[in-house]
Design a protein around this ligand. Structure first.
Ligand code: LFR
Length: 440
C-alpha cells in the first residue's frame, strides 16, 4: 500500500489531502485560505504565502510515496534567465484584461471559449520582461523539484494550444507576437516531474517523487467523476462551475463558438467540451457582505419559491465586490423582482446556477450529439443539497453528487496509477470507494 499527497490550490482555499492506494479514503492534512492581495491597483495571488502553506501541508501529510500539484487554470508566474520569479502572479480577476476581444479565426484553431481571463489575453496585457512562463501548478512543482515543464491539461486553457494536435498553435502565438519557447516543454499527467529538492525536503521532513497530474483542477476533478458509461454530463462545482460532456475529439465549429463552449484536455487525452458558469463565486461574494452562516442561509432559501433568475455566465459578475448590487441590477434590467434579504439572494443565485447548468447541458448534448442520461456534480457544490435538488429539477435528469474532494482524488488517482499502485478503470475505483448521494 502506498500513500499519496495531493496539493490542490483553489481560488478561495488550498488544501493538502492524502489517500492510500488501498482504500482511497481522503484525509485532510492541511487547509488554508487563499486571499488575493491588491497592490498598486493590481490584484495579485499571494504566491509565496501559498507555497509556504504547501510546505506546511506536506510536512503535516508525513512521509508520502508521491506528490502531485493542481490549481485553478490560466494564471502564471514569470521567471528571469536565472529562474527567479519576476514580480507576483496577477489574478485572473484583475481588470487588466477587461477590454479583451476574441480575434477572428482563433476559436477554429484553439477551441477555447472566449473569456477575458484566458492566458492569451493576459499575455496581451503583460509588460514585465521574462525568459520563462510557468503556469501556477508548474511553478509550485518547479519550486519543489527544480524541474520545469508545462502540464498539458492546463496548457489547454491558455488559448494557445491546438486541441487536435495537442501541441502549441503557431498561429495563436503569432497573434500575440510571442514564441512557444516562453513556455517550458510540455509534459503529461503521469509523467514523473522530479524529486523534492534538498531545500524542500528540509521543510517537509522527507523526500518524495513529484508526479505530473491533471494540474488543471478541473481535469483532475473530471477524472474522478464516478460515471459508469459515456452518457453523462458533469458539473465541476466550486468557485466556478464547469458544465459539459466528455468527448474523444474537439468541436471547433462556429456553432460551438457561438454557444461559448471550450475544448479542454483531460488526463487521458479526452476532450472536456464545457461552458464556464460563474459558480458559487456569486454566493461567496454576496456572503462577504453578510454575517449569516451558510447553513442558515441555505435552510431559509429552501423554504422560498423561485422568483428571479440572472444569467450566471455574464462576465459582469467576474470582478470582485458589490455582488448583491450587481445581481439586483441584473434583476431590475430584466423586469424581475429584486431580491432583498440574504436568503432571497441565495435562492436567486442557486436558481440561476441550476438554470445555467440546464442550458449548458442541453447545448452540450445538442452540439455534440452525445446523449445525457445522468448529471454528476463533483466538488464543493456536491455538498449543497438545495443546489443538487434544484439542478435535478431544472435538468429533469437524475443527479449523482460526489465526490466532494474530486479534484484531490483525481490528482491522487493519476499519481497512484503512474506509480503502479493502482490499476484499471479510475472511475470504477471512485464508484467503489466514495460516498455518493442521489437526487431525482
Ligand atoms: C476552476 C478553474 C476553471 C477555470 C477557472 C479559472 O477552478 O480552473 O476550470 O476556467 O478556474 O482558472
Amino acid at each position: 500500500m502506498s500513500v499519496f499527497a495531493a496539493v490542490d490550490l483553489g481560488a478561495s482555499s488550498g488544501r493538502v489531502m492524502t489517500a492510500d492506494s488501498a482504500t482511497l479514503e481522503l484525509r485532510e492534512a492541511h487547509r488554508f485560505p487563499n486571499r488575493p492581495v491588491r497592490v498598486a491597483g493590481t490584484l495579485h495571488w499571494d504566491i509565496l504565502g501559498l507555497y509556504r502553506a504547501v510546505l506546511d501541508g506536506l510536512r503535516a501529510a508525513r512521509p508520502v510515496d508521491g506528490i502531485g500539484v493542481d490549481s485553478w487554470a490560466v494564471d502564471y508566474g514569470l521567471l528571469d534567465a536565472l529562474g527567479s520569479l519576476v514580480g507576483n502572479p496577477v489574478h485572473y480577476r484583475d481588470e487588466r484584461t477587461a477590454g479583451a476581444v476574441q480575434p477572428p479565426g482563433l476559436y477554429a484553431e484553439t477551441g477555447c471559449q472566449f473569456l477575458p481571463i484566458n492566458t492569451i489575453f493576459q499575455l496581451g496585457a503583460e509588460h514585465r520582461p521574462a525568459s520563462r512562463l510557468l503556469l501556477i501548478p508548474d511553478l509550485i512543482t518547479y519550486w519543489l523539484t527544480g524541474a520545469s515543464g508545462t502540464e498539458l491539461t492546463n496548457a489547454s486553457t491558455t488559448g494557445l494550444l491546438d486541441p487536435r494536435t495537442r501541441d502549441w498553435s503557431a498561429k495563436a502565438f503569432l497573434l500575440i507576437g510571442r514564441e512557444p519557447g516562453l513556455f517550458a516543454p510540455l509534459r503529461r499527467p503521469g509523467d514523473l516531474a522530479g524529486h523534492l529538492l534538498p531545500s524542500a525536503s528540509k521543510e517537509t521532513g522527507y523526500s518524495a517523487p513529484v508526479y505530473t497530474v491533471g494540474s488543471h483542477d478541473t481535469a483532475s476533478a473530471v477524472a474522478a467523476v464516478p460515471a459508469a458509461d459515456e452518457n453523462f454530463a458533469y458539473i465541476s462545482s466550486g468557485t466556478w462551475s464547469l458544465v459539459g460532456v466528455e468527448l474523444p475529439e474537439p468541436i471547433l465549429t462556429p456553432e460551438a463558438e457561438a454557444a461559448n463552449f471550450t475544448n479542454e484536455l483531460g488526463v487521458d487525452g479526452q476532450i472536456r467540451f464545457l461552458r464556464n458558469v460563474m459558480g458559487l463565486w456569486l454566493l461567496e461574494e454576496c456572503r462577504r457582505e453578510w454575517t449569516v452562516g451558510l447553513d442558515a442561509l441555505l435552510a431559509e432559501a429552501a423554504t422560498l419559491p423561485r422568483r428571479s433568475v440572472v444569467d450566471a455566465t455574464d462576465p459582469r459578475f467576474l470582478p470582485p465586490g458589490d455582488m448583491t448590487a450587481r445581481i439586483a441590477h441584473a434583476c431590475r434590467e430584466t423586469d424581475q423582482p429584486e431580491p432583498e434579504t440574504p436568503a432571497e439572494f441565495t435562492r436567486c443565485v442557486l436558481d440561476s446556477l441550476a438554470e445555467a447548468y440546464r442550458s449548458a447541458i442541453e447545448d452540450a448534448a445538442r452540439l455534440s450529439g452525445r446523449r445525457v442520461d445522468v448529471v454528476h456534480i463533483v466538488g464543493g457544490g456536491a455538498r449543497n443539497t438545495l443546489l443538487c435538488q434544484l439542478t435535478a429539477d431544472a435538468c429533469e435528469l437524475p443527479v449523482i453528487a460526489g465526490p466532494i474532494e474530486a479534484t484531490a482524488l483525481g490528482n491522487i488517482l493519476v499519481q497512484a496509477r503512474a506509480a503502479g499502485a493502482i490499476r484499471g478503470d479510475l472511475r470504477e475505483l471512485v464508484r467503489r470507494t466514495q460516498p455518493l448521494r442521489h437526487f431525482a
